[in-house]
Design a protein around this ligand. Sequence first.
Ligand code: SAT
Ligand code: MN
Length: 592
Amino acid sequence: MATAPEHLDAPQSAPRNVRQWVAEVAAHTQPERIHWCDGSEAEYRALIQGMLGSGVLLQLNQQTHPGCYLHHSHPSDVARVEHLTFVCTEQAADAGPNNNWIAPGEARARMAALFAGCMRGRTLYVVPYCMGPLDSPFARCGVEITDSPYVAASMRLMTRMGAAALERIGRDGTFIRGLHSTGELDPERRFIMHFPETLEIQSYGSGYGGNALLGKKCHALRIASWQARSEGWMAEHMLLVGVENPAGQTHYIACAFPSACGKTNLAMLVPPETMPGWKIWTIGDDIAWLHPGADGRLWAINPEAGYFGVVPGTNAQTNRHANDMIQHNTIFTNVAMTAGREPWWEGLEDGKPAFDWQGRPYDPKNGPAAHPNSRFTVSAHQNPSYSPMADAPGGVPISALVFGGRRRSLAPLVYQARNWSHGVLVGAGMASETTAAATGAVGVVRRDPMAMQPFTGYNFGDYWAHWLAMGSSISKPPGIFHVNWFRRDAAGRFLWPGFGENLRVLAWIIERCEGRGAALETPIGAVPTEAAINLAGLDLDPGTMAELLAVRTPDWQREMEEIGSYLAGYGARLPEALRREHAEVLARLARA
Ligand code: SAT
Ligand code: MN
């Protein structure tokens, strides 16, 4: 029997279209109760108490880690599932070779069968949320319906969630409809479906962040990238960081790196002691929405309000800010625990694991104690380097866009594209070693254009055309760069120390944006001279910088051939300008 909208216990402010949809979903999924989230502190505490009672959360040591809890996910549900993620457009070609596709009608039928009665005995949470500052013209709202209290609580940490978002939805008149159920957590009955043409998301059978916190990858990237193309802006898998130099000037930089390649670390970088006077301000660690400004520059907001970051490797040396930030009021997922109930992971020097990420007594024979993709979920306000500009409705002006991947060879530490359209080719040609953030083999080099392979909600050919068009719509485009912190020597050791020392590279990028910074022109772009990177206080072996900055013509010829065949896979949708940029790099390499 259908639940009548007036029997939903909806708050007064709930717009008619939201009530109507909740009623339809409730009629189909048959929950025992409906809870409209208001986003209050009391509600968050009640959600946590409920989960402690049901065993969804374990209490960590409240003396050492006040407000910290541990969630063990189902062992089959620890990462994004790209093979079960679909973009369901009317025409398959609009989703493109970069996406899995099913016709919307078929997808809806399949999902309707899964969702039928799936919330019996459960609470249906209505989670209104706003991606971006509540008073920003660039923000976009959604409502996630979920039967997971873990998702509802996480959405409060990750987004502007609750009553204020619901009010904004009333003013906007529209919202993204996101329907989620953990179902049976059966990998055979797990799908993440996107319907960009009707602004809908349906996710079944997973409780993992990227599959279940629908505001994040599903809304803020896959659906938003589609909206952004039709409205003239960009939704990108980029961290946003303000870099303040000793003269007190701050440049904002947006960096696109694949999942688990150090975005969170760079976003809250702690300057090395050998670089006094430099400061880092975090705007965001994962997603940027970029708009052309009236001044001809590109302006960006972070649609999120929290971090869902990789835990292993985090410590006071690698990332002091992240380390401090997660000592309180944090939900940990799939880390290990000490005998004293403190959270533990590989890379922590103190303590030792008594229980592994599945809650079993720790035994090294079972592999790492913390899952390699174990995560912290935490409000951005706990970050010591949080920038007040993260709440600015108009966002921040962008000086540089930086692409980067995890490449053990080939790509130099840093280089600069010649101009915007060459930069689009640099982004489109990105490749990176796969990580534990998605299920599947780890360490395999795959193409990951703009770090958006798993996240662009439409055909990459059209996406690159949109990038090129955006370049023409701004008179003062940011410089475009590529970095690689992960180059290794013949023995497999990292050549560059990374972490805080990456500021040395950002400093060169900023100099270039200011029209300074020495560089050598190479066929792939401008590479810094060895002397142009500040190495004061850094103890590198002789020859390391030469190796880090080397551009080897035969290797790059091979890479560009590969990029050429990859791009050709997009056929007639591949923009001519990109084909031309590619041919020009090949010609420059032939002359080198
Ligand atoms: O799980 S998420 O998709 O949110 C994290 C990531 O893979 O980038
Ligand atoms: Mn990400």
